[in-house]
Design a protein around this ligand. Structure first.
Ligand SMILES: Cc1cc2nc3c(=O)[nH]c(=O)nc-3n(C[C@H](O)[C@H](O)[C@H](O)COP(=O)(O)O)c2cc1C
Length: 342
């Protein structure tokens, strides 16, 4: 039997297979941040196509935490009913669903908002990026509270788990890197201080919701003196203690694309997932140019990861999991109504 199609658990919640849809912003929300018919069709079709876990795109915990004005939001209680419609359609079609809780930090592109960050350093001198306001300690406390309130709303809306967005140069990731965090208080300077906010958010969210918590990190920023895989392994051990159930291992995004960025070749991030799993002793989700069921199967067989995320591949083929069932001769995993089509 294929490993990819075998059930697996994250923090005690069972997924019917190891296929994960990673978060991908679709920029289809109105400025109010509510899921709308587009999101129901978009995510519902991936549930129908057999994905084990859908992680909904970066969803802002504060309105100034949006990347763009068309991102989803969960910054107020009014968002709960529309998210509940989304979780219901995915559950009704057999998938588990997680919400990615996000704060864009200095990468906020909304002209109506003032970007904030650990330090007043712009992501890039080019528009749409601006010099962010450095957060005061009281504001950091407020942001922690916003993550917790957003997680509680996600639970109320029926999400099976949440993912904390600690990757790609957004707020929590900005705190990790010595290149974007130049603070000299308890949230900056040493490695421990730079990790503090992500660890505190993880612990507070876990305690508040008592659901599985995924933490997404960028394992490398590929810059001299920047955040690297050794840092990520040490952080992952601390995240496990703080309550993370699994690490979703991505890379990059804290710097504009530079010459130090390696080429995007198939499986280019997989080795980071393997090292974090083995040396950090925590389950991992691998992601990044994994395109075929056979590749995912090989990663699981090789002990690289516990789950496999297919991003753009699922945009191209929402029925990827059903195609895997056909490829691996497990037609019992294809609903009868689909069998003639496969
Ligand atoms: C259109 C698009 C939007 C994305 N939005 C998010 C996001 O909201 N949150 C996030 O953590 N990563 C985001 N990503 C990164 C993906 O989750 C994934 O890591 C990346 O696409 C690599 O996987 P793939 O090669 O299988 O597509 C996005 C990627 C794409 C292509």
């Amino acid at each position: 039997m294929s490993l990819l199609l075998q059930a697996g658990t994250i923090g005690g919640v069972t997924l019917k297979n190891r296929i994960v849809m990673p978060p991908m912003c679709m920029y289809h929300a109105e400025h109010d941040g509510h899921p709308n018919p587009f999101h129901l069709l978009h995510y519902g079709s991936k549930a129908l196509g057999g994905v084990g876990l859908i992680i909904v795109e970066a969803t802002a915990i504060e309105s100034r935490g949006r990347i763009s004005e068309n991102d989803l939001g969960i910054w107020e209680d009014a968002h709960i009913p529309t998210h509940r419609t989304l979780t219901s359609i995915c559950h009704d079609n057999g998938a588990k669903i997680a919400l990615q809780l996000a704060h864009a930090g200095r990468k906020c592109e909304c002209s109506s908002e003032i970007p904030v960050a650990p330090s007043a350093i712009a992501f890039s001198p080019e528009a749409p990026y601006r010099i962010p306001t450095a957060l005061a300690l009281e504001e950091i406390e407020e942001i922690k509270g916003s993550f917790v309130r957003a997680a509680l709303r996600a639970k109320d809306a029926g999400y099976d788990m949440v993912e904390i967005h600690g990757a790609h140069g957004y707020l929590l990731c900005e705190f990790l890197s010595p290149l974007s965090n130049r603070r000299n208080d308890r949230y900056g300077g040493t490695f421990e201080n730079r990790c503090r906010l992500l660890l505190e958010v993880t612990e507070a969210v876990k305690v508040a919701i008592n659901l599985p918590v995924i933490v997404r990190i960028s394992a490398e920023e590929w810059m001299e003196e920047g955040w690297n895989i050794e840092d990520s392994i040490a952080l992952s051990k601390a995240l496990k203690t703080a309550g993370a159930d699994i690490i979703h291992v991505s890379a990059g995004g804290n710097q504009p694309l530079t010459q130090t960025q390696p080429p995007f070749v198939p499986l280019y991030q997989a080795d980071y997932a393997k090292r974090i799993r083995n040396e950090g002793s925590i389950p991992t989700i691998a992601v990044g140019l994994i395109t075929t069921p056979a590749e995912g199967e090989a990663l699981l067989m090789g002990g690289v990861c516990d789950f496999v995320a297919y991003g753009r591949s699922l945009l191209r083929n929402p029925n990827l999991a059903l195609a895997a069932a056909k490829e691996f001769h497990e037609s019992d995993k294809i609903p009868a109504s689909f069998r003639r089509g496969f």
